[in-house]
Design a protein around this ligand. Structure first.
Ligand code: KG4
Ligand code: ZN
Length: 335
């Protein structure tokens, strides 16, 4: 079955053609980074307008690159949530319109589950249960994956998402948006132990995350440096980046390892990762070092950020299990 995937939950308009949930025939992603860069974060209304402008050209390009036409498409899969309400509506309404006009079924999928499916697309076999670790610009969550369809939330952030914390710290350091890759680069020249930063711990909720205190600690450290005659030097920026990155990733690693022990027997020994922050080589190396005996399944680098291949791929399985969505379906911004 040829599936056309559509993704527009945040600041990427993406369309992809995937055969049978695995074989990616095309994967077109247009980023809106240029549009939001001057604001240091995504402006929802601007995002919706840009999605509306580029959606049809992006679909055309994905079909063309895959060498197929709409006649070949057997299913349309679309990100239904979570995300920005207006942005999601552009994708969902496009999927509904195509579905009605062409008589092709459509299915709405959970963007977070699709991020985890991205890592599984090139895996011949997966042994469940796994621990799903979602680390993106909008979400930070630990999920118990019982199979491809059954996910039980174990922990989530109570304030900033981890990628959002990277972006905010980058802004404090005067770095471009999105800041994660710039922080990773600066951190290479910095001392990760120069500041005793720590991510938040929540009472009686060992698997939940909190990054807003960490971000504030970084703000104060920068302000202290600014007060000195020397100001905030390049080496200070590197040290802040390295210390912040270490604190954020140590927290994720420690809570993820705890999460594997919270799963039912047989003990879970596989972790599946998803989301833009998993692009980080530093994170991958730190995890491998901390958990040499666990199987770590990372998404291919081109599937870490928001994309529609993961939506098409995951949508295929949702459709096989649950059937098509109806035209009365709405978006779920906080799914
Ligand atoms: O998955 P994604 O597109 O966001 C959502 O779906 O919400 O991921 C984007 C996020 C941004 O916050 C960006 O700063 C972060 O991923 N990111 C990184 C790295 N590369 C991207 N964070 C830390 N280190 C990186 N190398
Ligand atoms: Zn995402």
């Amino acid at each position: 079955m040829i599936v056309l995937g559509i993704e527009s939950s945040c600041d990427e308009t993406a369309c992809s053609v995937v055969r049978n949930g695995k074989e990616i025939l095309s994967n077109v992603v247009t980023s809106q980074i240029d549009l939001h860069q001057e604001f240091g974060g995504v402006v929802p209304e601007l995002a919706s307008r840009r999605h509306a402008e580029v959606m049809i050209p992006v679909i055309d390009m994905a079909l063309k690159q895959a060498g197929v036409t709409l006649k070949d498409v057997g299913l349309i899969a679309v990100a239904q949530g979570p995300g920005l309400v207006g942005a999601l509506m552009i994708g969902l309404n496009t999927a509904k319109a195509l579905s009605m006009a062409l008589g092709i079924p459509f299915v709405g999928v959970n963007h977070i589950y699709a991020h985890l499916y991205a890592a599984l697309m090139d895996q011949p076999q997966v042994h469940f249960p796994c621990l799903g670790v979602v680390l993106s610009g909008g979400h930070t969550a630990l999920l118990q994956m019982q199979d491809l369809q059954t996910y039980i939330p174990l922990g989530r952030t109570v304030d900033d998402a981890i990628g959002e914390a990277f972006d905010k710290v980058a802004k404090l350091l005067g770095l471009p948006y999105p800041g994660g890759p710039y922080i990773e680069e600066l951190a290479k020249q910095g001392d990760p132990f120069s500041y005793p930063f720590k991510a938040g711990r929540l009472k009686d909720r060992p698997l939940d995350f909190s990054f807003s205190g960490l971000k504030t600690a970084v703000l104060y450290a920068i302000q202290e440096k600014m007060k000195t005659d020397r100001g905030l030097s390049q080496q200070d920026k590197c040290n802040v980046s390295a210390s912040f990155q270490r604190a954020a990733f140590q927290d994720v690693i420690q809570k993820s390892l705890l999460g594997t022990k919270s799963l039912p027997l047989p003990a879970c020994s596989t972790l599946v990762f998803g989301g833009g922050v998993t692009n980080s080589r530093t994170l991958r190396n730190m995890f491998t070092e901390a958990a040499p005996d666990l199987k770590l399944i990372w998404p291919a680098h081109e599937l870490t950020l928001d994309n529609a291949a993961m939506i098409a791929g995951y949508g295929y399985h949702v459709y096989l299990k649950q059937g098509a969505s109806g035209l009365t379906e709405e978006v779920y911004p906080s799914l």
